[in-house]
Design a protein around this ligand. Structure first.
Ligand code: HAM
Length: 416
């Protein structure tokens, strides 16, 4: 029997109540902050991610879905949303618009990871990106926006972790100090960290292995090695967050799993941590657009994983509003009534009333049982008698009260 591929899943109708809820909150939030939607393809030239997310990260080294198309071009399924947004920004000349350009997206991303709760091979991200502005007030606004998003969902007990990882001027000096610190512990490092020490030392700080975490605890802090400009930027972000009353934890070991970040990085975590707990993360990426061939363009953004949000909504037993139900169910007895019922259903839908029409040759009792199991409030029952009087029986499915009403009045009664 065919099954959904490992690490992917179907979203069944009863789950969509959560998805619609989160997507609705995301869209309203973006409207509130002046972000416009942007959709990019599900696959891109593989080089887009290789150049930006970069080798030395798990995403590019181990997790990308890369394939050659029939012309031999190397493509990759979208591994994350930021690089495609930057590609579109350059490709469509969005740098000619007043800056910053503010864009958001909701869509799937693909990473070949070891699946577990909260970690999938296809997951969905809601992300927003502000391109073309270096002001630290924008970093603070993006963090505030992330916070407001989770608040609007009704998720509580979350913390914002904040750090600065400097820029291309000050980071190399720090990496050298970090390498020196770790070189004293080479024999105690996990195989991945041995490779990181050579290829991507910043990621050493992010290793989840207990023995490596012990070494990270005593590592020098990047914030002690920032250049004066990065220091000032970081202080300003904190000052603006303070002004907006946004609480945050400074975490000098916070680095991100993608390599394009500069200066501000942040993550949103539930207070009760679990395996795959990070709900969202983001930061500044001032060199990314230039690395793709664009002009030097500062930018900052954030993305959250919808599956992890929904897991937390369920864990915190958040009240989710129900999706709209159909207004009525139409039942009939006999072929003649069936033809009339089809006409009535069509007319009601034209008037914007959602109806479900019985089909097949079920008995009236069977049809009403179907209406009941669909949770529909009213049934309209059409038989010979009603037909002859141009009327229909309206049944309240919960009280079981029934009354005869003229056909011409149904629409008014169902949608006053
Ligand atoms: P990221 O941290 O790699 O950042 O992913 C963002 C969020 O997507 C994560 O915090 C997590 O909630 C979710 N996520 C990531 N991988 C998986 C997975 N395998 N299964 C389930 N959920 C997952 C980015 O992708 C950056 N583009 C964020 C960003 C936007 N930075 C600046 N702008």
């Amino acid at each position: 029997m065919p099954k959904a591929p490992r690490g992917t899943f179907d979203i069944l109708p009863q789950e969509h109540i959560y998805w619609k809820y989160v997507e609705g909150k995301a869209t309203s939030l973006c409207q509130l902050y002046g972000y416009q939607p942007l959709s990019t393809p599900i696959f891109e030239d593989a080089q887009l991610f290789i150049k930006t997310v970069a080798g030395g990260t798990d995403i590019v080294d181990k997790e990308m879905y890369v394939f050659a198309d029939k012309s031999g071009q190397e493509l990759a399924l979208r591994a994350e949303g930021t690089a495609p947004v930057c590609r579109a920004y350059i490709e469509h000349g969005l740098f000619n618009l007043p800056q910053p350009v503010k864009l958001y997206y909701i869509g799937p991303a693909f990473r070949y990871e070891r699946p577990q709760a909260g970690r999938y091979r296809q997951h969905h991200q809601f992300g927003f990106e502000a391109l073309g502005e270096a002001d630290p007030a924008l970093d603070a606004e993006v963090i505030e926006m992330a916070r407001r998003f989770f608040d609007s969902l009704g998720l509580s007990r979350l913390s914002i972790h904040l750090n600065s990882i400097g820029c291309k001027l000050c980071r190399p000096g720090y990496l050298e100090v970090l390498r020196q610190h770790y070189s004293g512990y080479i024999d105690h490092l996990c195989p991945d960290c041995k490779a990181r020490l050579v290829r991507n030392p910043l990621r050493l700080l992010d290793c989840k292995k207990t023995s490596c975490q012990e070494i990270a605890k005593t590592a020098p802090k990047i914030t002690d090695y920032l250049c004066p400009e990065c220091q000032l930027h970081f202080q300003s972000v904190q000052k603006y967050l303070g002004a907006m009353n946004i609480p945050f934890h400074l975490n000098p070991r916070l680095v991100r799993g993608l390599d394009y970040y500069t200066r501000t990085v942040f993550e949103v975590e539930p207070r009760e941590k679990g395996g795959q707990s990070t709900l969202g993360g983001g930061g500044r990426y001032d060199d990314l657009i230039e690395s793709l061939g664009g002009k030097p363009t500062p930018a900052v953004g954030f993305a959250a994983g919808l599956e992890r949000i929904i897991l937390n909504l369920k864990k915190q037993k958040t009240d989710i509003p129900a999706l709209p139900e159909p207004d009525a169910f139409i039942a009939y007895m006999g072929e003649e009534a069936k033809i009339e019922a089809l006409k009535i259903a069509s007319e009601l839908r034209k008037a914007g009333i959602a109806v479900i029409m019985a089909t097949g040759d079920k008995s009236l009792r069977g049809q009403l049982r179907q209406a009941n199991s669909l949770g529909i409030a009213y049934a309209l029952i059409l038989g010979k008698q009603e037909l002859s009087k141009r009327s229909i029986m309206l049944r309240d499915m919960s009280s079981r009260e029934q009354k005869i009403i003229p056909l011409a009045e149904i629409a008014k009664i169902l949608k006053p």
